[in-house]
Design a protein around this ligand. Structure first.
Ligand code: SF4
Length: 248
């Protein structure tokens, strides 16, 4: 069976998995259509992602494997991102197995919509860490549906992903002024063994016209948001200016 990969790759990144140097593989396409998604813009802005891997052109998966091997002396992990990597289960499993076979850790950045696919990878010991994007409080199914562009069971699936066992979990929320309910999200994480990262949303890349006009949160405002959820054990912020900082 010949697998085709459609996406891009950054051979060496130090910002996607805190404390690790990783190759980041971006799968094209997503089952959500979030109001603030910067994905299309992200892929178009070649300079931000240099060196890009063929700008999303479909290629044989072996070409991606070769890029990982070329970067191997500089990395200890591979992170699968997107788009939504779990929307491509065969290619994801194939590449995760390849990375593990070469002694690399595997992380998956995901919207949490496919808990069964994630569980299968955990059971096969093909993933070490999940980075789950939680957008609004997952106990509010209606808001979750709106923010994801109409995916009715998105919140229910995200909760199932948050409950996965035998894997390290980092939860991430990208905040914009029109929706920054980190308190509600943090409440749903209380008692869970996970890191919580509040990320600075960049309104100019959002497709939604209203969000586009917002001012991004400043670093100090993000710190205040993090302080407001000090009932969690490990809270961080991530900004363009300063990267990742642990606040709690
Ligand atoms: S889940 Fe992520 S990649 Fe998919 S539409 Fe939402 S923000 Fe974009």
């Amino acid at each position: 069976m010949k697998l085709i990969f459609s996406g891009i790759m950054i051979p060496v990144s130090t910002i996607d998995w805190y404390g690790r140097s990783a190759s980041v593989i971006f799968f094209n396409g997503c089952n959500f259509d979030c109001l603030y998604c910067s994905n299309n813009k992200f892929i178009e802005v070649a300079n931000r992602l240099e060196p890009l891997f063929k700008k999303g052109t479909a290629v044989d998966i072996e070409e991606i494997e070769k890029q990982v091997l070329d970067a191997k002396s500089f990395i200890s992990a591979v992170v699968f991102s997107g788009g939504e990597p779990t929307a491509h289960p065969r290619e994801l499993e194939h590449l995760a197995r390849f990375a593990k076979g070469h002694g690399l850790l595997v992380g998956i950045e995901t919207n949490g919509y496919y808990p069964d696919r994630l569980r299968a990878l955990i059971e096969k010991k093909l993933v070490d860490k999940l980075f789950i994007d939680i957008k609004v409080p997952p106990d509010d199914a209606k808001r979750y549906t709106i923010i994801t562009g109409g995916v009715r069971d998105a919140a229910e699936h995200a909760l199932q992903s948050l409950a996965l066992q035998d894997v390290a979990i980092e939860v991430r929320t990208t905040v914009f002024r029109s929706f920054a309910d980190v308190t509600g999200i943090a409440r749903s994480l209380k008692g869970r063994d996970c890191t919580y990262v509040i990320q600075q949303g960049i309104p100019e890349y959002a497709p939604d016209g209203k969000i586009k006009k917002e001012k991004p949160f400043t670093r100090d405002e993000l710190e205040a948001l993090a302080q407001s959820v000090s009932f969690l054990k490990d809270v961080r912020i991530r900004t363009r200016e300063k990267g990742e900082e642990r606040i709690i």
